[in-house]
Design a protein around this ligand. Structure first.
Ligand code: AMP
Length: 185
């Protein structure tokens, strides 16, 4: 069954080449599975890389970009669908509405905010769609430690660990998604 996978990732062009490779591999793998990419609609950084790879392998890509960011992130006009929103909040809302699952590649503050919003929605039981964090070369080890720190200090319960998966390969992303999917939505 074809799914829409929302990918949150860096808009920076200066990140480690290994992260670009991961973005390419993820885009290609999504396309091969017949899944559709939902992403921030930009050509820059890992955002552009994942979309180009997905399209190059025959996958559909749906971009969601705020009007004011079209020049900054260089809107990807070759997307199968490019949704232009008025605000950043509207962007996240549409990405959320269009997605069956969320995958996180290396990224900065924007990616962190996107990830955290989905996690909070899961904690509050607004959704139980899968959230998978691709921890390439240990990039997200500090975030994983921070999550454990929250649990250790009882700011989060141990059951929160069920609401996200940290994985270190593309294959493991899809294993985590396939495991989680019976209970989606
Ligand atoms: P970054 O991880 O900082 O490179 O950002 C990744 C993506 O998140 C970029 O497309 C940003 O435009 C986007 N982003 C940052 N803040 C927000 C927000 N408040 N709502 C929606 N998207 C955001």
């Amino acid at each position: 069954m074809s799914r829409a996978i929302c990918v949150f990732c860096s808009s920076s062009n200066r990140v480690d080449p290994a992260y670009f490779a991961a973005a390419r591999d993820l885009g290609a793998a999504l396309a091969r599975r017949g899944d559709t990419l939902v992403w921030g609609g930009g050509k820059v950084g890992l955002m552009g890389e994942v979309a180009r790879a997905c399209q190059a392998h025959g996958g559909g890509v749906i971009g969601v970009i705020p009007e004011s960011m079209q020049d900054v992130e260089i809107a990807y006009h070759d997307a199968d669908e490019l949704i232009v929103t008025q605000t950043m909040r509207e962007r996240k809302q549409i990405m959320d509405e269009r997605a069956d699952a969320f995958v996180v590649l290396p990224g900065g503050f924007g990616t962190l905010e996107e990830l955290a919003e989905i996690l909070v929605l899961k904690v509050l039981k607004y959704t139980d769609r899968p959230l998978v964090i691709l921890n390439i070369d240990g990039f997200y080890d500090p975030l994983h430690e921070l999550f454990e720190h929250f649990i250790e200090h009882r700011c989060a319960g141990p059951e929160y660990r069920e609401m996200y998966s940290f994985v270190d390969s593309i294959d493991a992303v899809f294993e985590a998604l396939d495991q989680a999917w019976p209970s989606v939505r």
